[in-house]
Design a protein around this ligand. Structure first.
Ligand SMILES: [Zn+2]
Length: 305
């Protein structure tokens, strides 16, 4: 079931000043994926030249720059697949511009004959197709994509957001991890600790909290001790923010729950979930660019023919 309604992006051939919206979307989409925009979008320029974008590839002996010709076809309003006739002389256009690859960015799907044509062109240069489904997948799967989706698909995206409030909200804006005692944000440096507080009588975690080391930890320890609760384990936040450790730590929590070793009350359990989500902002942050680039490989043609 499609989530984003591409009809929210104005039809290309209407002379109302919004005619370039799909090309503007294309520009923002490829900037998000890490490309640089070399040319375009140019209003009224026909002959298939919509955008030229540059991909920087880091190599062992230096960086290379590869230009892609991006052809945008916004057929969402008619619902029609992109046909061979819509893409005239792709090879000639790519070569005339000195580009090294062709990208079709389509708000519908491609027809089988065009798919075969593009497949045949792969012996000359790289060919990628981002159709409706793949664009949607990329937009909804990463935080930067969601910001774009919100801008270009305000109606259908907010409807989707209502159905998926938590993950969307978590990632729309940075969510800090404030020390339970002094309110300092512990995430950027990863300084501070997480502590399990346990009720020794019921052997249930009554709190899972995060705080600065030293003074704040001591103050909280005394506060909980006065209520009859004890420390039942702690970890350095900086350790948990290491991707491998983050996964291992999460797995250990799941295993201990599964084996009935750990019991949480409601507050402690929602607290640990909150921590896992907020910590993920740091754990996943450096991987986002690479992850987005990996999504590029999904755009190779054979899956679509
Ligand atoms: Zn503190």
């Amino acid at each position: 079931m499609p989530v984003l309604d591409f009809k929210e992006i104005t039809q290309a051939n209407l002379a109302n000043g919004l005619q370039d919206t799909f090309e503007m979307f294309a520009r923002d989409f490829f900037i998000m994926l890490g490309f640089q925009i070399k040319e375009g979008p140019d209003r009224g320029q026909d002959g298939g030249r919509d955008l030229i974008i540059t991909e920087k590839r880091e190599g062992i002996i230096g960086n290379t720059e590869i230009d892609w010709l991006v052809s945008c076809k916004h057929n969402a309003h008619s619902g029609r697949a992109v046909l061979n006739n819509d893409e005239i002389d792709i090879k000639g256009r790519v070569e005339a511009l000195g580009a090294k690859g062709f990208i079709g960015l389509y708000s519908t799907i491609i027809s089988s004959p065009l798919g075969r044509t593009l497949d045949g062109l792969k012996r000359y240069f790289d060919v990628k197709v981002f159709d409706r489904e793949l664009i949607e997948k990329i937009l909804l799967e990463n935080p930067k994509g969601k910001i774009l989706a919100k801008r270009y698909f305000p109606v259908s995206f907010s409807k989707w957001e209502e159905d998926h409030p938590r993950p969307a909200n978590i990632f729309f804006e940075y969510e800090p991890l404030l020390c339970k005692n002094c309110g300092k944000d512990l995430l950027p440096q990863g300084d501070g600790i997480v502590v399990f507080k346990e009720d020794p009588e019921t052997e249930t975690y009554v709190a899972f909290l995060w705080c600065c080391k030293g003074e704040c930890d001591r103050i909280l320890k005394n506060k909980y001790r006065s209520m009859g609760y004890v420390d039942a384990g702690w970890e350095d936040i900086s350790d948990i923010l290491i991707p491998g450790k983050y996964l291992a730590w999460n797995m250990a929590i799941l295993n201990r729950l599964h084996e009935d070793i750990d019991k949480y009350n409601e507050e402690a359990f929602s607290s640990i979930k909150r921590f896992i989500l907020r910590a993920s902002q740091m754990v996943l942050r450096n991987q986002n660019e690479e992850q987005i680039r990996r999504l590029m490989s999904l755009a190779s043609l054979p899956d679509y023919i």
